[in-house]
Design a protein around this ligand. Structure first.
Ligand code: V0V
Ligand code: CO
Length: 140
């Protein structure tokens, strides 16, 4: 069901500073920047590698307000890995299968994600403490 790791989401206080860090230390390149009001984030995708099933990225996330998913995470835990996004062929189908196994779905239906992807989150409490995102990419 999981085709690959699409991205690792990293929560940070200052997006521009973190972009500069990833560019200068690792030589990564920003391929997309978006504000996603629904998710409460300003985010950037930095390309890491290409694979048979698609590319992989680091997603840097800055909260738009303290009262957002990433804002609360930063207040509680500080900067660090926030979620893992796995590539799936069909996010609606994957949600159906995973939900049937008793895993709590944060999103019953796909949402708009970075670079035109359809995304949905699974609850970290049902995935061993890992906030897990399913990504049906439009960017093969
Ligand atoms: C919270 N918890 C986490 C967590 N965030 N555990 C692991 N990883 C995380 N990132 C734990 C937290 O420590 C609490 O456990 C418990 O879950 C409830 O958290 P809370 O403080 O009440 O926080 P809430 O109200 O923010 O709820 C947490 C959830 C929320 C996960 C339900 O953050 C959510 O809906 N996230 C999905 C949307 C999202 O994250 N969007 C931003 C990325 P204890 O302390 O009680 O044990 S947007 C994105 O990735 C895009 C656009 C994209 O890829 O394209
Ligand atoms: Co993400």
């Amino acid at each position: 069901m999981l085709l690959r790791i699409d991205h690792v989401g990293v929560a940070c206080h200052n997006l521009e500073e973190k972009i500069e860090f990833y560019e200068s230390v690792f030589g990564l390149t920003v391929v997309s920047r978006e504000v996603n009001e629904e998710q409460g984030v300003r985010e950037a995708m930095l390309h890491v590698a290409d694979g048979d099933q698609g590319a992989s990225y680091v997603q840097l996330l800055e909260p738009l307000h303290p009262d957002t998913a990433v804002g609360r995470f930063l207040a509680k835990r500080g900067e660090g890995v926030h979620h893992i996004g796995y590539g799936v062929a069909d996010v609606t189908e994957a949600l159906k299968e995973i939900g049937a196994k008793g895993v709590r779905l944060i999103d019953e239906r796909p949402r708009h994600g970075s670079m035109g992807a359809s995304i949905a989150f699974l609850h970290p409490k049902d995935v061993g403490g890992v906030l897990t995102e399913l990504v049906e990419t439009s960017r093969r």
